[in-house]
Design a protein around this ligand. Structure first.
Ligand SMILES: C[S@@+](CC[C@H](N)C(=O)[O-])C[C@H]1O[C@@H](n2cnc3c(N)ncnc32)[C@H](O)[C@@H]1O
Length: 223
């Protein structure tokens, strides 16, 4: 079975329009909740940085950021975002976020998966989490943002594996390629099985004009 990353759909998205460039509440909360644990000038890897909404916020707050994405147009948008916000330099890498050891040596004090790893087959996602466990410095923290099975369209999407879908007919995942969704309990069990300690977990259910988006947010550490 092909568990590959659908680069083409994300590249088409970034080539077609500007992506959001402001950090979410969960990214901001993670930074302020964890910064005392990782000291001054921590290193961070933004996993699937997109247009840099989290990367610029971290860089402006004294974090030494490496930002990785598989879509070349995302990295073009990242550079523009960094210029717009007058940020210090960020190392940007074009690469597959499910194979991080091909691109970075680590360790990193902070890892940020702000809704990126979910866009991969569950087998690749699990392998990636195991690799990121090795890339997290002792005492470091990992923000892992996944999506839940309550997202609109999941019930009618094409199921490729127990938790992996494609062809969402509706909702925020429509036309975005491969998607892996979990219940909160499944996600927490997966993260523990991959060697992480779960420090904080949050489940948000957004209802926007009847379109449901379920977000599963975790703050992780070494056990
Ligand atoms: C929903 S966007 C999120 C972007 C950014 N983290 C944000 O929150 O603004 C998902 C991002 O993950 C990237 N991505 C997903 N799977 C990838 C993979 N296997 N390798 C490289 N990039 C990947 C996509 O190119 C895209 O930029």
């Amino acid at each position: 079975m092909d568990h590959g990353f659908a680069h083409a759909s994300w590249e088409a998205t970034f080539a077609a329009r500007p992506f959001g460039k402001y950090p979410s509440e969960e990214a901001v909360r993670f930074f302020f909740a964890t910064r005392s644990a990782v000291g001054s000038a921590p290193s961070a890897l933004d996993i699937g940085c997109g247009a840099g909404a989290v990367a610029w916020f971290l860089a402006r707050n004294g974090v030494r950021v490496t930002a990785m994405d598989g879509a070349p147009s995302a990295l073009v948008q990242l550079e523009a975002t960094l210029r717009d916000f007058g940020c210090p330099p960020v190392v940007s890498l074009l690469g597959d976020i499910t194979q991080p050891r091909r691109h970075v040596a680590g360790p990193f004090d902070l890892l940020v998966d702000h809704y990126s790893l979910y866009a991969n087959h569950q087998v690749k996602l699990r392998e990636a989490l195991e690799a990121y466990r090795e890339l997290l410095a002792p005492g470091g923290r990992f923000l892992c943002c996944l999506f839940g099975t309550g997202c609109t369209g999941a019930e009618a999407a094409l199921r490729l594996d127990a938790n992996t879908f494609t062809d969402f007919p509706a909702g925020v995942h429509r036309n975005t390629g491969i998607i892996t969704l979990w219940t909160q309990e499944e996600a927490e069990n997966l993260l523990r099985a991959c060697g992480f300690q779960v420090l904080y977990r949050e489940r948000q259910l957004h209802d926007r004009n009847g379109v449901l988006t379920e977000k599963l947010i975790f703050h992780l550490a070494h056990p």
